[in-house]
Design a protein around this ligand. Structure first.
Ligand code: HEC
Length: 109
C-alpha cells in the first residue's frame, strides 16, 4: 500500500512539473521581444549584465523556458524572495514570456 501511494505521489508530482513546462512553452509563443525590452527597464536597475553583483544574479542569456518557470514560481511564492515575489506578482503571463525571450536574446557576458 505504501509503495502504491509513493508511486502515485511521484506520478502526480512529475506530471505537475510537466504541465508547468508545457505552460511555459505555450506562453513563450505569444512573447514579444520588443515589449520585453521595454519591460526590462525595471529589472536592469538590479540585474546588470556581467558578473554577479551584490548577490543579484545575472539573468542575461538565461534559457527562456527556465526564466518563465522561475518567474512563475516567484509569483506563486513557491520560490522565496520578497523582492522577486513582489516584482513577479505584478506581471502577467504575456509580460513574463516577453521578458524571457528578451533576456534570452542577450549575451550572458
Ligand atoms: C530590487 C532588485 C530587483 C529587481 C528590480 C528585480 N530583481 Fe530579479 N532578482 C533580484 C534578486 C536579489 C534575486 C535573487 C533572489 C534569490 O536569491 O532567490 C533575483 C532573482 C531573479 C531571477 C532568478 C535568477 C536565478 O539565476 O535564479 C530572475 C529570472 C529574475 N530575478 C528576473 C527579474 C526580472 C524579469 C525583473 C524585472 C521584471 C527583476 N528580476 C527585477 C533582485 C531584483
Amino acid at each position: 500500500m505504501t509503495r502504491f501511494l509513493l508511486t502515485f505521489m511521484v506520478v502526480i508530482s512529475t506530471s505537475g512539473a510537466f504541465i508547468q513546462c508545457v505552460q511555459a512553452e505555450n506562453s513563450i509563443k505569444n512573447a514579444d521581444i520588443a515589449y520585453g525590452e521595454y519591460l526590462a527597464g525595471e529589472c536592469v536597475t538590479c540585474h546588470r549584465s556581467g558578473a554577479v553583483n551584490d548577490g543579484i544574479p545575472n539573468i542575461s542569456g538565461m534559457d527562456a523556458e527556465a526564466f518563465v518557470y522561475i518567474l512563475q514560481s516567484y509569483r506563486s511564492k513557491e520560490l522565496e524572495n520578497k523582492v522577486m515575489q513582489l516584482v513577479a506578482g505584478r506581471l502577467d503571463d504575456e509580460q513574463i514570456a516577453s521578458l524571457a525571450v528578451y533576456f534570452a536574446s542577450l549575451s550572458s557576458e
